[in-house]
Design a protein around this ligand. Structure first.
Ligand code: HMG
Ligand code: MG
Length: 294
């Protein structure tokens, strides 16, 4: 296999949002800057959600103000509602994302809305973003399993992905939020989604709780997907998905893709330096265990 595969770096957002200790803004800026130099074309580094819900992302505007903007790199932000979009525009995000769920339980827990309510809320956000010249990406969470509702039907994922496409999202990222999917489940989910959208409009977003994320990347590659979200250093989790581990590590995806003959366009040495920096931002495992009372 050959050809380009893009890694959409989400470490500074998905990776860091779950850290409970305050990470200095300057450290976040330094991480984004080294990632820019490693060759990513898109880096998600901000989230204009409620700072009461996700305190770690409260300094997103300062992060976007502090980074060195590398030419050709799109700095992305999450925007759950109009207020988030206004903040993202003021902070000069290059693109924004709305984020929905294929399961009702996670939708409620994560954004305090049913799936239908969330889609109604996203439509004007997407329209206003596009009017402001900002590309809009859509996320679908819980594409195989939900921490509250259990197994998720592939058709439910296809319905939400199609709704996000209909409101103008240029790409839909399919999230295995709790990292429990198997390659077989990913394949079945994609079979349903591909009836609605071509592979060029889809991205895979795999968390690595069960250690199967790289196998799931391969299952998605076999279905034609060529964009994968990943977090440098394997940072992360989701504050509203109990037990979810970090995103699959960018450097592991890069290594696997390279071994398979694909070209990520990334600088491996700079990626390693970024991974070291990212890991230093996370407390050591013993500290996490102590904090969790284990
Ligand atoms: P709500 O409480 O229903 O919202 O939250 P509300 O409209 O009733 O507002 C309540 C308060 O929040 C008000 O302030 C608003 O001004 C404020 P108060 O009057 O109480 O002082 N507020 C905001 N402040 C700043 N920016 C905003 C904003 N919106 C409202 N944009 C809301 C609804 C969506 C805001 C909330 O549920 C929320 O922020 N949720 C975000 C949760 C989140 O960030 N989760 C993690 C990201 S998703 C993810 O990680 C999954 C993904 O990686 C894919 C995957 O892995 O599956 C993408
Ligand atoms: Mg995620």
């Amino acid at each position: 296999m050959t050809g380009p595969v893009e890694i959409f770096e989400v470490g500074p957002r998905d990776g860091l949002q779950n850290e409970t200790r305050a990470i200095p803004t300057a450290d976040k800026v330094a991480l984004v800057d080294i990632l820019s130099s490693a060759g990513f074309r898109r880096i998600e580094c901000a989230s204009f959600v409620s700072p009461k819900w996700v305190p770690q992302m409260a300094d997103s505007a300062e992060v976007l103000a502090g980074i060195r903007r590398a030419p050709g790199v799109s700095y992305a932000a999450l925007t759950p509602n109009m207020k988030g979009l206004e903040r993202a525009i003021a902070a000069r995000a290059d693109e924004v994302s709305v984020f929905g769920s294929a399961s009702e339980g996670f939708s409620r827990a994560n954004i305090n809305a049913s799936i239908a309510e969330s889609l109604e809320r996203f439509a004007p956000v997407a329209a206003a973003a596009r009017e402001a010249g900002l590309p809009v990406r859509g996320y679908v969470s819980c594409v195989c399993d939900c921490p509250f509702d259990g197994a998720v039907a592939p058709e439910a994922v296809a319905r939400v992905a199609a709704a996000l496409r209909d409101m103008g999202c240029y790409e839909i990222s399919l999230g295995d939020t709790i990292g429990q999917a198997t390659p077989e489940a990913v394949d079945a989910m994609l079979a349903a989604v591909l009836k609605e959208l071509p592979a060029e409009k889809l991205a895979g977003h795999f968390h690595d709780t069960a250690g199967r994320a790289l196998d799931n990347v391969e299952a998605a590659l076999a279905r034609g997907l060529r964009v994968f979200d990943a977090a440098v250093g394997g940072l992360g989790g989701c504050p509203y998905a109990p037990g979810a581990a970090g995103n699959v590590a960018t450097e592991a995806v890069h290594d696997r893709l390279t071994a398979l003959g694909y070209d990520t366009g990334l600088d491996g040495a700079l990626l390693s330096r970024a991974a070291t920096m990212a890991c230093a931002m996370r407390p050591p495992r013993e500290t996490i265990q102590q904090e969790a009372g284990r």
